[in-house]
Design a protein around this ligand. Sequence first.
Ligand code: NAD
Ligand code: MG
Length: 396
Amino acid sequence: MKRLTLLGATGSIGRRALELVEAFPGLFRAEGIAARGSDPERLADICRRHRPRALALGDAAAVDRVVRALGHPRPEVLAGPEGLVTLAREVDAEVVLSAIVGGAGLLPTMAAIEAGRTVALANKETLVMAGSLMTAAARARGTRLLPVDSEHSAVFQCLEGHNRAEVRRVLLTASGGPFRLLGKAELARVTVAEALNHPTWKMGAKITVDSATLMNKGLEVIEARWLFDLPPEQVQVVVHPQSIVHSMVEYLDGSVIAQLGVADMGIPILYALTYPRRLPCPAGRLDLTRVGALTFEEPDQERFPCLALARQALQAGGAAAVVLNAANEVAVAAFLAGRIRFTRIAEAIAEALDRVPPRSLRAVEDCVAVDAETRALVRARLETAGMAAGVAESLA
Ligand code: NAD
Ligand code: MG
């Protein structure tokens, strides 16, 4: 029986993970559960079904509502960012699934690593912010960071049993998102509903918008750099609209090894939970004769500047990727709230990269500080610029 802590249990990844826990009752047990707390009924349902020992709510203000929904008996309830850290550190889990969205996942994920727990990592933002610190901590503690992100799970599988020194490059596939074929002028007019209509994957709102801007792939380039200890130029991106080839590794002899499957996160989640074993995942099976053609094309970095911005941040090193991530989180939230247009997201990130002074990262506290500084700067700029440009009218 593998004991699990699920950070972000109510999200798209967390819910799929809980379905797997239910599909293999003798195999997994959810001991620790964490979420923001905005969905008390769902949390109550999770606690009834799984009887975790402890529940942590990132939003301390949600405790009363959630406790009322839980009734009795109920798990120990922890609250606020410190509650998330305590849960990740103290609950006796072998594997911690890191599936909170965004920078809020950084400290609990770090705490899980430092407590020596295997981390199944969905939350790519944590590695973007603190990749050098997290991988160093994992090495020092002798713990594993196992990828959940489908591309990184694919790369991880394509590297297994091969000689790392013989890798020529890693090819991350990208669906291209819902706006793959739109021109620049049309991109400025897309709506939130259109951005949330991803062609191949069903995911949380933030990552769905990231997929539409291609920032998701930019974050994934940085994620791959840290997970697989690769120089940035060895991580390349190819657009593959069918989302069947999840990524590839090219070796020196010209052989390219790929991992394929249906677009269902259950497969990479289960692999991270059972590695190095495989179990029959309750997911659709891939029938290539029904899929038909698999196509590949170059990403267009002019229409989708976020990919180049992520590379720029990776090249700059230090705190630049923290700035990239924080600016993106604030801008995406503003877009989802209808306050800025789609193309303003990339502009806001570029401005933040120019304005926040470079800094080195010695500890996660440095990441937290740069993250807060960047969020404040971008929020202020989006507010004033938004009012000046009368964006609200032009979006209506
Ligand atoms: P989601 O929005 O569906 O869920 C987010 C989860 O995080 C929820 O449980 C929410 O309660 C929790 N959360 C948010 N803020 C919190 C806070 N301050 N404190 C505690 N919990 C908080 O997101 P998702 O699609 O499940 O994505 C989760 C992570 O996994 C993201 O980093 C995303 O990039 C990554 N990921 C997701 C997918 C996917 O298919 N959904 C694929 C690859 C990677
Ligand atoms: Mg991915």
